[in-house]
Design a binder for this molecule. Sequence first.
Ligand SMILES: [Zn+2]
Length: 263
Amino acid sequence: MKKAFCVVLTGLFLLPAAACARPVEPDPSAYSAAGTAEIPVEILGELDEATLADLVDEPKYVALTFDDGPREDTTAALLDGLLERGAAATFFVIGSQVPGNEWLLQRMKAEGHQIGNHTYSHVRLKTADKDSVVEEIHKAEVLLKEAAGEGSFWLRPPYGALDGQRAALIKTPMVYWSVDPQDWKLLDTEKVVDAVLCAVQPGDIILLHDFYSTSVKAALEIVDRLQAEGYDFVTVEELFRIQGVEPQAGTLYARPDRIKTLS
Ligand SMILES: [Zn+2]
């Protein structure tokens, strides 16, 4: 149904796929704007046609993010596919799954991906006591550092669930998402591809899980389809840099220009 709806909309109004209805409508009251590096209108007016054309032709950037790995077979297949395509991604890793899979984290780092923290045991931080919040994050971070070396491991709270009091304990920026195809529920490659392609816009952060082979296949198809439309796949950190947004510790971002309200 979603695909049909998407095709009908694009066919009728000659709009790009991004005009499709989002599978999960974001609630505007749940976000506030972060800083952006937009081109001021008055400057745009002074640009000659060639420069304007260059700006229009600039790549569109998007960040693929993967939660709940690493998992030996699926994560390795994903890394192979991303390498083949020259696409970078961000992996929010569960600490307890690192032992035995250190080589996958070393590959991620060597191949230009960003590694993030998804807690040690995938705990719901919003309802955990404050000592557990700190311990869950620290325990995972120690394992990430042992496997991949020093670095800043941004946090994605499991389920995206966090409140303001606990957020104040977090010493790194935090990453939510702006496109969620619910791949863990669909477990269907084509449906996941369609859901992402219908929703995606430049600057988005896409949520997927490298734990499922259907999601890995979907991710690689998404890369192929969006690269053909001029998209570049970058890490979340790069997306912030490109958009000129300085990420703040303890802040949960849905995109570099959109902060998720903590409840
Ligand atoms: Zn998760």
